[in-house]
Design a protein around this ligand. Structure first.
Ligand SMILES: [Zn+2]
Length: 436
């Protein structure tokens, strides 16, 4: 449908200028991610020192610091010493910029014919809540962008160091905790009307107006997590894998004696840590840590159910509980698989870092999306393992689950309606399946 009589250049301005802004914002976030990925694993301060040439330490001018364009204007070499500057910097900046801009386009542009470009096909994958427009959903959109940026940064760090700096998972959780209730309280306090005309649905899955049990359960579980962490800090319960470093030292000494000529496995590589013999015993420690959150979660739910079942849960509290449910259920899925897998196989299965990653995805997108992202991540991991085995790559690269989770989350984010169609076909459901 062509908006007749409406000047195309106005349509261009209205629709595509915001895309350009989001693209530029993405490039800046990409630039920040470069700094984080470089400095976080080394424990360097993120904010203070300005960017320098890693070779001769010449400070970059503000022009050279402009994302993407700065690198291009320098031709990929330091102005002073002509040392090569890695192309990874502009590539990461471009990827994040394109991700951000694409997310904006998918969320807010599809229904209209914008400046002669028909984007109707994107309507297939447009999230339903985004139909309410940018002005009513911008906090949720901002949460998406922060999650995407954090996932890119986590993936890059995980690829290099096999660890995930936890701060990268806490930032999106903090943003989700503020933004989703803000959306409910200030931006769209009356709820969001979807295309079908239903009122009261929310951007992420919530327990609904009658969900007092979940409100209490989430509050209790989070209180339990705080208590367990305090007990851990006070030494009342012990940290799992506390003797791992000592065991690793011994294992390396043994390895050198037995294979004097071979390259020794690097510390923290899967070749080494799958041989750690006490994984089952350590799971008991992790279950002890989880006793307080599970027990208090159940107790909190039962108490609140009896106290407050008459009134409806206010929308902001529904949204907040939705964030907490996503965090707890997302984290519980990976942690549950980790404990079961370790007990079954006697080897540490999935890292605690991955628990934090899916918890963060759940906090931002809600628990159904986190669950879907987990299964998508398992598929991605299987496919990459098969491809890796075919190409003869070493096993260590296939075992990093963090990047699989990031890709799984992206699949859910950009293709949820397609996934729902696939699930409906799998289950031979006569009705279209719509996940919350
Ligand atoms: Zn230089």
């Amino acid at each position: 449908m062509i908006a007749t009589g409406y000047p195309w250049h106005l349509s261009l301005m209205e629709n595509w200028v915001p895309v350009l802004f989001v693209f530029a914002f993405g490039a800046c976030v990409g630039s920040l991610i470069n700094v984080l990925v470089y400095r976080l694993p080394q424990g360097m301060p993120v904010v203070l020192p300005s960017s320098r040439c890693p070779n001769c330490e010449t400070k970059l001018t503000w022009r050279e610091n402009v994302p993407i364009l700065g690198w291009l204007s320098l031709g990929g070499r330091c102005r002073f010493c002509k040392a090569k500057i890695s192309a990874e910097y502009p590539i990461v900046e471009t990827i994040v910029a394109v991700l951000f801009a694409a997310t904006y386009v998918i969320c807010y542009l599809p229904p209209s014919l914008t400046a002669g470009i028909d984007l109707k096909f994107l309507g297939v994958i447009q999230p339903e809540w985004a139909l309410n427009g940018f002005s009513r959903t911008w906090p949720a959109f901002a949460t998406l962008l922060i999650l995407l940026g954090s996932l890119v940064a986590m993936t890059l760090v995980d690829f290099r160091t096999f660890t995930i700096p936890l701060i990268l998972t806490w930032v999106p959780v903090g943003v989700a905790l503020v933004m989703h209730p803000l959306n409910a309280m200030l931006v769209s306090p009356g709820g969001l009307r979807h295309s079908a005309g239903t009122l009261g649905d929310w951007i992420i899955a919530t327990p609904g107006p009658g969900g007092w049990w979940w409100v209490g359960a989430c509050a209790g579980a989070i209180l339990g997590l705080v208590i367990s962490n305090l007990m851990l800090a006070a030494g009342l319960i012990s940290r799992s894998f506390a003797d791992y470093d000592a065991w690793e030292q011994e294992a390396l000494v043994r390895f050198r004696q037995e294979h004097p000529d071979a390259d020794e496995p690097g510390s923290d590589t899967p070749e080494l840590w799958v041989q750690y013999p006490h994984a089952r015993r350590e799971m008991v420690r992790e279950l002890a840590f989880l006793a307080a959150p599970v027990g208090l979660g159940w107790l909190g739910g039962e108490i609140l159910l009896r106290l407050a079942d008459a009134a409806a849960v206010p929308l902001w509290l529904q949204a907040l509980t939705g964030v907490a449910m996503g965090y707890l259920i997302g984290g519980a899925i990976v942690w549950g698989v980790r404990i079961l897998g370790s007990l079954l196989f006697g080897k540490e299965a999935m890292g605690l870092g991955d628990v934090h990653v899916l918890a963060a995805i759940g906090a931002c997108l809600g628990w159904p999306d986190a669950t879907l992202a987990f299964f998508a991540a398992v598929l991605v991991g299987l496919v990459s393992a098969i491809l890796g085995a075919v190409r003869g790559a070493n096993a260590s690269r296939m075992l990093a689950f963090g990047p699989c989770l990031a890709i799984g989350a992206a699949v859910v984010l950009y293709a949820k309606p397609l996934l729902e169609g696939g699930i409906a076909a799998l289950l031979r459901s006569p009705e279209p399946i719509q996940l919350p």
